[in-house]
Design a protein around this ligand. Sequence first.
Ligand SMILES: Nc1ncnc2c1ncn2[C@@H]1O[C@H](COP(=O)(O)OP(=O)(O)O)[C@@H](O)[C@H]1O
Ligand SMILES: N[C@@H](CC(=O)OP(=O)(O)O)C(=O)O
Length: 418
Amino acid sequence: MLVFKFGGASVKDAGGIINLASVVKKYSDQQLLIVVSAMGKTTNALERLTKAYVDQTDDMHDIFNDIKEYHYNILSELFEPSHEVFDDVANTFVEIDWAIEDEPHDSYDFIYDQIVSIGELVSTRIVSAYLNKDGIKSQWLDVRGYIHTDNTYREGIVQWDKTRASIGKDIPALLAKGAVVTQGFLGGTSENFTTTLGREGSDYTASIFAACLGAESVTTWKDVPGILNADPKFFADTVKFDELSYSEAIEMTYYGASVIHPKTIKPLQNAKIPLLVKPFTDPTAPGTVIKEDGVNKFEKPVIILKQNQVLLSVSTKDYSFISEDHLSEIFRLFAQSQVKINVMQTSALSFSVCFDFYEERFEKLLANLQQDFKVKYNNDLTLITIRHYGQNSVAELTAGKKVLLEQISRNTAQVVVR
Ligand SMILES: Nc1ncnc2c1ncn2[C@@H]1O[C@H](COP(=O)(O)OP(=O)(O)O)[C@@H](O)[C@H]1O
Ligand SMILES: N[C@@H](CC(=O)OP(=O)(O)O)C(=O)O
């Protein structure tokens, strides 16, 4: 059996859903489990809705109405008004009406997951109904009963044994009856609350199902020809990799190549399942294959840009050296605030760290650090990572920019710039 993952870009409009069905039709002789993300930029819009609800701002209902209108417009292009999918979608949106009816009492992260998850619950209703309408037998599956997580909201940790047992028990029989369409990015807790697996986590969902089902491969359908040496949104003249090893793909995604979620590769590597990254606009194109014996050929350096970075320096209040005890306390505070470190550097008197800016987490971290340390920071920075860099690549990429931190190892150069 095969696992397919269609991301937001592939289902951003009615044409995208029609295209998805035409891709799926080419594999009508295969058992397929299809993981789908929220349509277009719906997750960002639902994040804005969550914030508006928690802050109780006036634009809350307008944001929600825009989200509903976007989905109903797509539905109207795909189905007759009497089709039952309109009720399924309306019943899913009602969950948000209930959630935002009263003033917020729960934690931000809990509320976030209950609201933001609606994006995938709705998109999969639409995709599954369209496949059936187009003659491809499809069954809608609520992933929250299969991918079990702890209750770390917004970053659910998968409980593998329980997940493997649930998937193994039901899914093979369902696959024998037709394609299974389910939500990326979501999980469920033992109390039946919804969790999310971290932004852009639908690739990870596909890899969890593949590992639990022993799939032949996972294909993630993207708006790019495959994995390129750099993000084509920022760089011209990119080159595509035909193959990559799991290890190289892990390194790239770890440093922030946003084309694949960083947690995706590990379960596939353990189960030796190849990951294919292919263009949804040209399903017969070879794309990139990531596999154990994938051959890494670097005609050009791999460039990874991470924007919206904070560079923060911590020093002791009495100007004493940064000791192992201080570092241990600093790391504890980072872990407690769920802030992941992208680059770090120590000197005698300070410890500098670069990380992604998430407002609530950053404020929590800052408040905690400032209790015992002096803290200075700059934000709105960019972290440039260059793997397999050539002689001039670092200088070329940083030309005209102010370099705030630089770290160079044998294979990887990292530079924080403004
Ligand atoms: N090295 C890279 N190769 C290809 N695409 C990349 C790379 N780095 C970043 N990207 C970006 O990843 C995007 C596709 O990933 P993503 O937006 O997460 O897809 P989806 O959400 O549809 O699954 C591309 O549009 C491209 O801008
Ligand atoms: N919809 C979620 C999960 C996801 O993976 O989306 P995409 O496949 O469009 O990156 C997000 O935007 O974070």
